[in-house]
Write a new protein. Structure first.
Ligand code: NAD
Length: 498
């Protein structure tokens, strides 16, 4: 039996030994307070493991270890090419451990194993490799001062970085932080989401095996209000890098202000508009892109195309094509390699998403496709693709981040109205335009207030392009060389030549 079969993954899941301790200063260990919390598999509604629950005392230990190794220079003073070698080894080890990593991700989050194998794990590996390969090619600068002086501008690692990540792409988003932060020479304390800590904890052993010095990477699973808050308030953390909700992002800014004014980099929520013009080059392809743009990862994607703005003259035709492509997202067992839609992260979140559907209907939206049909019992986390039409941009389903497979459809007439609707949002993570008119595409792209604008695709991209948001979608950028800005300080050395 091979990995194309459900039974293969079921057997592997049964045989899996899950590491359930914190990783501090190169050693797996229980939490100082001895506490644990349950990590659950949302598809089986079953506890996977009792995980050590990090708190203030564990964060203190981790930050101390991170600081000591940073000041000692084992990693921070290593040459860029030495750091590159170690990170490339880590990427190679992740490749060797591709299957257990993908399996842990699927068991922990309910996302389809085919996506963990195809997207999450390879994406995380690519990211580490990319920064490893980049770091010994980044040069400093000499300022154009004139001949009386020589002014060098260099990037230095910032120190101890606290990384706090969510549950929707646990390993991938952790690596979006770890790649540039470690490549630049920092020490990191990573707090994964309490809902999905398994891959981060597994990664620690691989990093050690790759030769990352003790203390450079510490992993502290735990709750946000506890371990997360302790990390964010810690006076010896130099920078925080966060991916998660806008609400928590705002709290982190407060914590930074209340403590040591640490730099705070925030990748937060989204409510991205996907705009379909009547002159879109291929309606069917646009419908397929729109369906994947909202239903992939059960709609739990920060940049999901949650608001579909469709030109009124093609609305009916487009909705029919959309229904066809939505049908591909039939919820099923995440361990089955045929499944392309798994479960939401947990039952509580599923209820919240269903609540949004009900609110939308109460506020006057119409139900075009009802994913609630997929309910399988009172504690289930399955929800199918849901499409609400006749959505007014003032409704909560158009304004708030639902973070589930719910698409809000609003018709428009003409470019100006599309632009106004798209920009009428607190968020500004992504936007897409489908048109064959090149001038219109450029015009719109310039005026859309979003970190990324897709033209005739939804959510394409790679490591070379920055990712992040305008407005309350955050600040700073993940991916690309620009991410190094978050994890380095610029040092000027002014040398008088007179
Ligand atoms: P969340 O904000 O609830 O939690 C994110 C992380 O913050 C978790 O590790 C959590 O434990 C921690 N946390 C919670 N409260 C905290 C506190 N008071 N102090 C410190 N840490 C705290 O988000 P979530 O529900 O895990 O993830 C979904 C959210 O993530 C969505 O809003 C989504 O848009 C966002 N997201 C954004 C991006 C992006 O790149 N912009 C990518 C993926 C997800």
């Amino acid at each position: 039996m091979d990995f194309h079969h459900l039974q293969y993954w079921q057997q592997r899941a049964q045989a899996l030994k899950i590491e359930n301790r914190l990783f501090i200063n190169g050693r797996y260990q229980a939490a100082v307070a001895g506490e644990t919390f349950a990590v659950e598999n949302p598809a089986a509604q079953r506890e996977l493991v009792q995980m050590a629950r990090g708190g203030q005392a564990d964060i203190d230990l981790a930050v101390k270890a991170a600081r000591e190794v940073f000041e000692r220079g084992d990693w921070s003073q290593a040459t860029p090419s030495q750091r590159k070698t170690t990170l490339l080894k880590l990427a190679a080890l992740m490749e060797e451990h591709h299957e257990p990593l993908a399996l842990l991700e699927t068991l922990d989050t309910g996302k389809p194993i085919r996506h963990s194998l195809r997207d999450d794990v390879p994406g995380a590996i690519r990211c580490l490799r990319w920064y490893a390969e980049a770091i010994d090619k980044v040069y400093g600068e000499i300022a154009p001062t004139g001949n009386h002086a020589l002014a060098l501008i260099q990037r230095e690692p910032i120190g101890v970085v606290g990384a706090i990540v969510p549950w929707n792409f646990p390993l991938l988003l952790a690596c979006w932080k770890l790649g540039p932060a470690l490549a630049a020479g920092n020490s990191v304390v990573l707090k994964p989401s309490e809902k999905s800590p398994l891959t981060a904890v597994y990664l620690a052993a691989l990093a050690q095996q790759a030769g990352l010095p003790d203390g450079v990477l510490n992993i502290i699973p735990g709750y946000g209000h506890d371990a997360g808050k302790a990390l964010a308030l810690h006076p010896d953390v130099d920078a925080l890098t966060f991916t998660g909700s806008t609400q928590v992002a705002k709290q982190l800014m407060t914590y930074a202000g209340e403590s040591n004014m640490k730099r705070v980099w925030l990748e937060a929520g989204g409510k991205s508009a996907n705009i379909i013009f009547a002159d879109c080059p291929d309606l069917d392809k646009a419908a397929q892109g729109a369906a994947a743009g909202i239903f992939y990862n059960q709609g739990q994607v920060c940049i999901a195309g949650t608001r579909l703005l469709v030109e009124e003259s093609i609305q009916q035709e487009f909705l029919q094509a959309l229904r066809k492509h939505a049908a591909a997202f039939e919820p099923g067992n995440p361990l089955d390699p045929q499944t392309i839609m798994g479960t939401l992260i947990d039952h509580g979140h599923c209820e919240k998403v269903v609540g949004y559907i009900e609110q939308g209907l109460e506020q006057g939206a119409a139900l075009f496709l009802d994913g609630r049909d997929h309910s399988q019992g009172s504690q289930q986390s399955y929800l199918g693709p849901t499409i609400l039409t006749q959505v007014d941009n003032a409704m909560s389903v158009a304004r708030e981040e639902i973070f589930g497979p719910v698409l809000a459809v609003t018709p428009f007439n003409g470019e100006q109205q599309a632009l106004e609707l798209a920009n009428d949002s607190e968020y500004g993570l992504g936007a897409a335009i489908w048109t064959r008119d090149l001038s219109r595409a450029h015009r719109m792209a310039r005026q859309l207030k979003a970190g990324t604008v897709f033209v005739n695709n939804y959510n394409d991209g790679d490591m070379t392009v920055p990712f992040g948001g305008y407005k309350q979608s955050g600040n700073g950028r993940d991916k690309s060389l620009h991410a190094l800005d978050k994890f380095t300080e610029l040092k000027t050395t002014w040398i008088s030549l007179e």
